[in-house]
Design a protein around this ligand. Structure first.
Ligand code: TNX
Length: 498
């Protein structure tokens, strides 16, 4: 076994290539974390190649080495499908970047990957092994994700989720190797991102929420802080501006979006489907263009989500017109469009990401859009909606699609989720936390944990590489980390927790 209590140092390769800053930063974090876990003093060496650890570990201590290597050196099993590139479900080659290897022997743990993203995952695994150990059995782990898009959608509109809480969510996401945080920033009840072209949106709708609860919004500075926190954890932020339905907060702030020209009343209820933009109003086009280009400009990632769900008062023609305007604004800003499954009813550019949620209807449209070039992101409500109650007596949560116990969140196969959908068009899996009943940071974690770990495993692991028994053993170990971090979680009776 590798025993970090014998002393350790973290080293970077002293090759001819300069070590990227990102790798340097994550090596430093790993050094601090391992030192804390092993109960050693943290010392950062001044030499170039030794960047953290006890410094004088010398011959007795262990070495943790981080290496950037060509893909062939990872030793991925032959036939591991990492097909990537334009037109595939992994357009930017995320999975190859995330592939990694961890070799643990007495005195040395070696982390190898082709990119910083892969090294970050290997470091996460090593941290978890030391936390469970602290002596880590000799082992070799070679791993790569099944899907590039492994996400969490967080509704910060029904109830606001402040920056420190989102940072804590990002910490949990990183431990689960999730890669995308999709923020549902706007809905009938509130508007949560200050955008330069329409400051009235947050001025008038930034402090409203379900039941008149306290709320807020992200300033440009808050947004930069979220982006930095996400980037440090290898997470991409995908902002959602939900149109053409779910727009009452915009219509409260901007009277010109209403046919009457009067501001809409604040909405503090949780009914859906009553509000809509109007294609015939002169203000609508400018609103979509300005707001979506602002949001695209504020987003370093490749995607902007335009919503598109539950526009229940609209005729297909007007719905299609507005979705087309929103999609064009996003594309003109150089981003890829994401939308809820309803957008599959209108013509889409190849590569558009369609997010499946409502298993009651629409599979044929989603499958047809995928055959025409769209990619599909899977959030089937009966498995991935972490806002649903665990069981009928659970105090938080909705029940419209039933209950989601831990086993429901884990026991499903993405390739079978949408009837008629070609499996190679699936780009990933995303859990969703809607916040109609979720008011506090504790509520957020009680709904996410442990179910987010289950959905993360569905998104990462091939079906022959995951099973319920293995999952329950591992999730019980993860729960110790949640306790250590002071995060509340639901003690599902389906697991023997330690
Ligand atoms: C459906 S999912 C909605 C949301 C609700 C959620 C509650 C989707 C695209 N729309 O507006 O918050 O159900 O579970």
């Amino acid at each position: 076994p590798f025993d970090p209590r014998a002393g350790l140092r973290v080293v970077l390769p002293a090759g001819p290539e300069p070590v990227p800053d990102e790798v340097r930063a994550l090596a430093r974090r790993l050094a601090d974390d391992l030192a804390a876990l092993a109960g050693l003093p943290v010392a950062v060496s001044t030499t170039d190649s030794t960047i953290g650890g006890t410094g004088d570990a010398g011959g007795t201590g262990g070495t943790v080495e981080l290496r950037l290597v060509p893909p062939a050196e990872l030793g991925l099993p032959a036939g591991t499908p990492l097909d990537a590139g334009p037109g595939t479900a992994d357009p930017t080659g995320v999975r190859a970047a995330e592939a990694h290897r961890l070799d643990v022997r007495a005195g040395r743990a070696t982390l190898s990957a082709t990119t910083a993203a892969g090294l970050r995952h290997a470091a996460t695994t090593l941290r978890q092994l030391v936390a469970a150990g602290p002596a880590v059995p000799a082992c070799t782990i070679v791993d790569a994700p099944r899907y590039p898009w492994r996400g969490l959608a967080l509704d910060v509109a029904r109830h606001f989720v402040d920056v420190p809480t989102v940072e804590a969510v990002l910490d949990v996401m990183a431990t689960l190797k999730l890669r995308v945080l999709h923020l549902h920033l706007t809905d009938d009840q509130g508007w949560r991102l200050d955008v330069p072209s329409r400051p009235q949106l947050t001025a008038r709708s930034g402090h409203t929420a379900v039941d008149g609860d306290p709320a807020g919004f992200y300033t440009a500075a808050d947004w930069d802080r979220l982006l930095a926190a996400a980037a440090a954890r290898g997470v991409e932020l995908v902002p959602e501006i939900d149109v053409p339905g779910h727009v009452n907060a915009a219509q409260h702030a901007l009277p010109e979006l209403n046919p009457t020209g009067e501001a809409a009343a604040v909405h503090t209820g949780i009914e859906v489907g009553f509000s809509q933009l109007h294609a015939a109003l002169p203000a609508t086009g400018g609103f979509l263009r300005d707001v979506l280009s602002d949001v695209a400009a504020m987003t370093p990632g490749g995607y902007v989500h335009i919503g598109g769900d539950e526009a229940l008062t609209m005729q297909p023609g007007e719905y299609g017109e507005i979705v087309a305007l929103a999609a064009a604004a996003v594309r003109n800003a150089g981003k890829t469009v994401v939308g809820w499954q309803e957008i599959a009813k209108v013509p889409l550019e190849p590569g558009t990401v369609v997010q499946w949620w409502d298993e009651r209807e629409g599979a044929e449209h989603v499958a047809a859009a995928a055959r025409a070039g769209a990619l599909v992101l899977l959030s089937p409500a009966t498995h991935a909606y972490l806002d649903l109650k665990y069981h009928p007596g659970f105090p938080l949560g909705l029940e419209w699609a039933g209950h989601v116990e831990l086993r429901d969140a884990h026991g499903w196969e993405p390739a079978d989720a949408v009837p008629g959908l070609p499996a190679e068009r699936i780009t990933g899996v995303e859990a969703c936390l809607w916040t109609e009943t979720v008011r506090t940071p504790d509520d957020v974690f009680l709904m996410l944990l442990p179910r987010l770990a289950a959905v993360a495993e569905v998104a990462w692991s091939a079906p022959d590489r995951r099973g319920w028994d293995g999952f329950t053993a591992r999730v019980a170990t993860l729960a110790r980390g949640w306790d250590a971090a002071g995060l509340p979680w639901y003690r599902s009776p389906q697991v023997s927790w330690h």
